[in-house]
Design a protein around this ligand. Structure first.
Ligand code: NOJ
Length: 758
């Protein structure tokens, strides 16, 4: 009955919508506002609070498991209208069953919104987000998110908890795999591309999902890279580094924002009125809703901020956290807090309004089962048509770190190749840590990818396990620190080979949430394996698979060719094979600095200058450095080789800032090598002197072009207020007079420079 009523309501909405010009988005949004108001006027306080309550379903748990007693009556609570959303329920049949309870058995029949961590794919998996960021290819990244949205929405999902837009400078933090690296400009561009990919131009379309910019704020600055740890961060970094990707997400009209587990400068993000109400909903005028992270409301007690669950619920709602994920405190406490006059009901109404609005925008009131077509699910899940997109994304994500004497690309026939390393034969690890719906064993392994090329003779030898007992979301991941029993076979295989391809690195479950490390080396016995094999055959191509920057100075010194292949998803092995044989010329550029040693972390290119940045004269000690290691990175932000070479010249600046607030920069780039290739031209700016010191360099623009051998292109970039200014410690945006240096080239140490004055 209720479903019919909803269908009728839907038809009325549709009819009303058709009365207006199709491009009048404002009218449509007004209509939704009216519908939301109408619905709100019928709702009891408890039902409004119900909208603010999100439970995890029965399929996965992506946080600490809830207390069983509390978890038991979730479906009963849906019937009572006390639940607004579920996460971790997926698949059409499951979602339909739960939705049916909300729509047909609750008093007002308000549909649930179903959230899920569709981070880099649902079943067909793209590279981990950090790898995608290495492509610097915004179109490919957007397409990857579109594929994820199409597949997930076909499985009933209508809301993804992605993209993670946290900037991080600390490779020890396991979740760097989920972000776009260390740079706020690149991070902002990628955030927009991902949101556009997930949400499309029409949120109510059946193949798009609402996105989430997370985790607001500064989660990537956890002290010592230890997961969930305290964050103490200066205002300059907060405004200029942490905030920009969130602002960009709002520009891309992201529908939801997730708060963060961490404390920022003494206040848990979840209860931080300054962050959520003053900045996000106030200054930035965010109209969507804020979802808490998993039990982050409850965790305010452990943080020593709220005395108990009741106080936590009060802080959360006053600060502006609209939906409570899995802490139960909103549903248990808010009604009595309102009745006791401790929380203004207007705050509850505002939160419910924001949540209902997104549900209307998704079209859930027109048809609560719109994402629940069994046929569509069948034909969409693992549809081979997605392969080409995720393969394209995977190829573009690979970064060539070293290629001495043109070791790569390999010739395509007549070689005896030894393939060594457990990861070479692994069909699950390349899916990464955040592939919760994807089936184990569905990635193309490196070995399979190579054999499919069928051009050379491959002999595989594992050498050693990386980990054993890998299970998702548990601690049952044992690193192999001792077993070298496979070494002798691997060494014998390598000895007689023309080339050795060693696939080493981290298992896909060694990065991600809860996977911080104190070391950035090759886990377990892999470094020993590499060195032992090198002794008998130094002609090694090292293929790295990892979810964070690693510190591998020995490999850099000894191994002739090194390929950073991350965790590349479903098409991993095919992408790697194409690169090794030069059918795709590597174009990836590092989105995070790779250190020489873990002791250098946090290390990032856009740092401030110290007062003593350079060695004053040989032998002196009084300058900013280490006594036991260089202070420079092993591989720079923005760095990545190609099978061809590029040259940059004629860097010219047309400073017309006084006339039209624009500084135009142009540069000529030429392919000086013998192969066609893609060049990523990067523009960095240094504001030489400012009232708050500025970084030594900041990325402000980039562009990718494909060039044939000998071909040149002149590129031009426009720098305007957004690029020229910065936030001071009061959060005011300033453009200050003075000198600027411009650097253009292929990485963050680009030498070609010119200058201008404002
Ligand atoms: C905790 C993570 O921090 C967050 O990013 C994720 O979306 C939620 N769990 C839900 O799984």
């Amino acid at each position: 009955m209720k479903y019919l009523r909803l269908m009728y309501l839907g038809l009325v909405v549709l009819f009303l919508a058709c009365q207006h010009s199709p491009n009048s988005e404002k009218d449509a949004s007004k209509e939704i506002d009216q519908q939301v108001d109408e619905l709100l006027s019928k709702m009891t306080l408890e039902e409004k609070i119900g909208q603010m309550n999100q439970y995890s379903g029965f399929m996965d748990f992506t946080g600490p498991q809830p207390n069983e007693g509390k978890a038991a009556n979730k479906l009963e609570q849906i019937k009572k209208g006390l639940v607004g959303s579920m996460l971790n329920v997926h698949g059409v049949e499951n979602i339909k069953a739960v939705q049916k309870i909300a729509v047909e058995e609750s008093r007002l029949g308000i549909p649930l919104i179903f959230g899920f961590d569709v981070i880099h794919g649902y079943k067909t998996v793209s590279p981990i987000p950090l790898a995608e960021a290495a492509s610097w290819d915004l179109k490919a990244i957007q397409r990857s998110a579109e594929v994820a949205a199409e597949e997930a929405s076909a499985a009933g999902i209508n809301w993804t908890f992605a993209p993670m837009v946290d900037i991080s400078r600390d490779a020890r933090w396991g979740r760097v795999m989920e972000g776009a690296g260390e740079d706020p400009f690149l991070g902002s561009e990628i955030a927009k591309a991902r949101i556009q990919g997930f949400q499309g131009d029409d949120l109510s379309a059946v193949n798009t999902v609402a996105a989430t910019a997370k985790h607001f704020a500064a989660y990537g600055f956890a002290e010592a890279g230890r997961e969930y740890n305290t964050v103490d961060i200066g205002t300059s970094t907060l405004y200029n580094v942490v905030f920009p990707p969130f602002r960009a997400s709002l520009e891309a009209e992201v529908k939801t924002v997730m708060n963060a587990f961490n404390v920022v400068n003494g206040i848990p993000s979840t209860g931080d009125k300054f962050l959520l109400r003053d900045i996000l909903k106030g200054k930035w005028n965010f109209q969507g809703f804020v979802v808490s992270d998993w039990d982050s409301v409850g965790e305010m007690v452990a943080h020593g901020f709220a005395k108990n669950g009741r106080e936590a619920a009060k802080s959360g709602v006053i600060a502006g956290s609209d939906m409570d994920m899995e802490s139960y405190h909103y549903v248990e406490q808010l009604a009595s807090l309102v009745k006791d006059g401790e929380v203004d009901e207007a705050l509850i109404t505002d939160a419910a309004r924001r949540i209902l609005k997104v549900k209307f925008e998704l079209g859930l009131f027109e048809d609560p089962y719109k994402y629940c077509s069994v046929e569509r699910e069948k034909e969409t899940i693992y549809n081979p048509k997605f392969k080409k997109d995720v393969l394209d994304m995977a190829k573009k994500s690979i970064v060539l770190l070293k290629n001495e004497n043109n070791t790569l690309p390999l010739i395509s026939s007549g070689l005896n190749i030894a393939v060594i390393g457990a990861l070479a034969d692994d069909k699950t690890s390349p899916l990464g840590n955040w592939r919760i719906a994807a089936d184990d064993g569905t990635a193309v392994s490196v070995l399979e990818g190579l054999n499919a090329y069928n051009k050379n003779n491959y002999t595989y030898s594992k050498g050693a396990d990386v980990v054993t007992g890998e299970k998702r979301f548990t601690r049952e991941l044992t690193i192999n620190n001792t077993d070298k029993s496979g070494f002798s076979k691997a060494i014998a295989t390598a000895k007689s080979a023309d080339v050795v391809i060693m696939v080493l690195g981290e298992h896909g479950l060694q990065s991600g949430e809860g996977r911080s490390r104190t070391r950035l080396d090759l886990p377990g016995v892999q470094q020993d394996l590499l060195e032992e094999v090198y002794k008998v055959n130094p002609n090694i191509v090292l293929v790295l698979q990892n979810g964070r920057p690693l510190a591998l100075p020995w490999a850099d010194e000894h191994i002739p060719a090194i390929l950073e292949a991350w965790h590349l998803g479903s098409e991993s092995g095919n992408a790697i094979a194409e690169i090794l044989y030069g059918d795709y010329n590597p174009s990836g550029k590092l989105p995070m600095t790779f250190p020489r040693h873990v002791g250098q972390v946090p290390i990032y290119y856009n740092h401030k200058s110290t007062g003593r940045p350079k060695l004053p004269s040989p032998g002196e000690v009084f300058w900013s450095h280490y006594t036991d290691e260089k202070h420079t990175p092993l591989y720079l932000f923005g760095f990545g080789l190609s099978y061809t070479t590029f040259d940059f010249e004629e860097l010219t600046i047309d400073n017309s800032y006084t006339e039209n607030k624009t500084v135009s920069v142009s540069v000529k780039v030429t392919n000086t090598g013998r192969k066609s290739g893609k060049v990523t031209t990067q523009l960095y700016l240094q504001d030489e002197f400012a009232s708050v010191t500025r970084p030594v360099r900041e990325l402000k623009a980039f562009e990718q072009v494909d060039l044939n051998p000998g071909e040149s292109r002149v590129l031009s970039f426009q720098l305007q207020d957004k690029e020229l200014g910065f936030y001071n410690n009061e959060g005011e945006f300033l453009i200050e007079e003075g000198g600027f240096q411009v650097y253009v080239g292929e990485d963050s140490q680009a030498q070609l420079s010119n200058s201008f004055e404002l």
